[in-house]
Design a protein around this ligand. Structure first.
Ligand code: ADP
Ligand code: NA
Length: 345
């Protein structure tokens, strides 16, 4: 039996928020620190995915560095986990093309993320020619690239948030199609679902915390300094009952804050338990406590973030991704050798 291979990716879209951290990235660190030593771990900053929408080149370069610095800051160890930029391993794109030749258009067009990116409803009428010409092929076919990201490293396990499970299913579909055509050479990956509840927006507890919301007070970035966290927290939308209780149905704002601090609670207390602990706090006093808890938990991450960005006159990060690229290429090239041979290339 071959040892497990864990793969996951994050888009370089700036410093991650608490939703990204608790919903996805924290799981990467947990896997790194608990996996059997024979387990291979690869975590990619997927810059080729980022260009499915227009990007400013200078800003994209900056965001890639910030994202890499974040991965190191939260505790990923480049000597244990392979950290690399997707575009520095060209086999990802090559396998994408080969998979495209056996992947089904129909399956792709039914995927909900595609529909939501186009802002289509399930029952939308077909697009007219004008709207069609504005659509980019890459935005449509990026699940094939995502499948290639996973399959090129023969990943057996992929940790994701709940919104990604459909894409994993598509990756497995790609394996079935390819293996049917060329023999059993690709490995179907399993999903590791993140245990964390969705983190909700501080400005609207019915929406998930997201970088796409225009109000920056709706999210806390994991490098936000304490005064910024305090301000965002004091502005958080709660309700008019001036006490604390865990009641997601009737008090979604307050309950979201309780959920948040439960993720950071070192004694593993649940949101319910914390609700009882803070029951006699007024809302202002409670928000202040939440801000302090989050600031304290993020402080070491923030310190490490600044440290790795500046290390070796800024060259440390280059060293990390280049070293990661060498290891990732090795892993991808081994797969591509088999794939090319089976296809006849
Ligand atoms: P955003 O919604 O800010 O654009 P992404 O779609 O880039 O975030 O998500 C990156 C990862 O973070 C995904 O695996 C996703 O499941 C997770 N994630 C994003 N927002 C949240 C949230 N509010 N709560 C929990 N997990 C989240
Ligand atoms: Na998103």
């Amino acid at each position: 039996v071959k040892p497990p291979v864990i793969f996951s990716g994050i888009q370089p879209t700036g410093v991650p928020h608490l939703g990204n951290y608790l919903g996805a990235l924290q799981q990467w660190v947990r896997l790194q620190n608990t996996a059997h030593p024979s387990t291979k771990l690869l975590y990619s900053i997927v810059d080729l995915h980022a260009i499915t929408i227009p990007q400013d080149p200078e800003r994209l370069r900056q965001w890639k560095r910030e994202t890499l610095a974040t991965l190191l800051a939260i505790g990923l160890d480049p000597n244990r986990s392979v950290l690399f930029y997707q575009s520095s391993v060209s086999a990802h794109s090559e396998l994408m093309w080969i998979l495209s030749c056996t992947a089904s258009m129909g399956y792709l067009s039914r995927m909900t993320q595609w529909k939501s990116k186009l802002q289509l409803k399930d029952d939308a009428s077909p697009l007219d020619e004008g709207s069609k010409s504005k659509l980019k092929l890459g935005l449509f076919s990026y699940p094939v690239l995502q499948a290639a990201d996973i399959l090129v490293h023969r990943a057996t396990h992929v940790p994701v948030g709940e919104d990604q499970s459909q894409h994993l299913e598509f990756a497995r579909e790609c394996v079935t199609n390819f293996n049917h055509a060329y023999g059993p050479n690709l490995v179907a990956p399993q999903t590791i679902m993140s245990p964390a509840k969705r983190v909700m927006s501080l400005q609207d507890p019915h929406l998930k915390m997201s970088k796409s919301h225009s109000d920056p007070r709706s999210r806390i970035l994991i490098t936000d300094p304490p005064d910024v966290i305090h301000k965002k927290m004091m502005a958080a939308l709660t309700d008019s009952t001036n006490s604390v209780s865990y009641d997601p149905e009737n008090r979604p704002g307050v309950s979201n804050l309780l959920q948040l601090i439960s993720h950071f609670n070192t004694e593993g207390k649940s949101a319910q338990e914390l609700g009882l602990e803070y029951a006699n706090f007024g809302l202002g006093q409670f928000k202040k406590a939440v801000a302090e808890c989050i600031s304290e938990s993020l402080a070491p991450i923030r310190t490490k973030y600044e440290q790795v960005l500046a290390a070796d006159g800024g060259r440390y990060l280059d060293h990390v991704w280049m070293q990661g690229a060498v290891k990732a290429r090795e892993s991808a090239d081994a797969t591509m050798e088999v794939v090319r041979k089976s296809v006849g290339l």
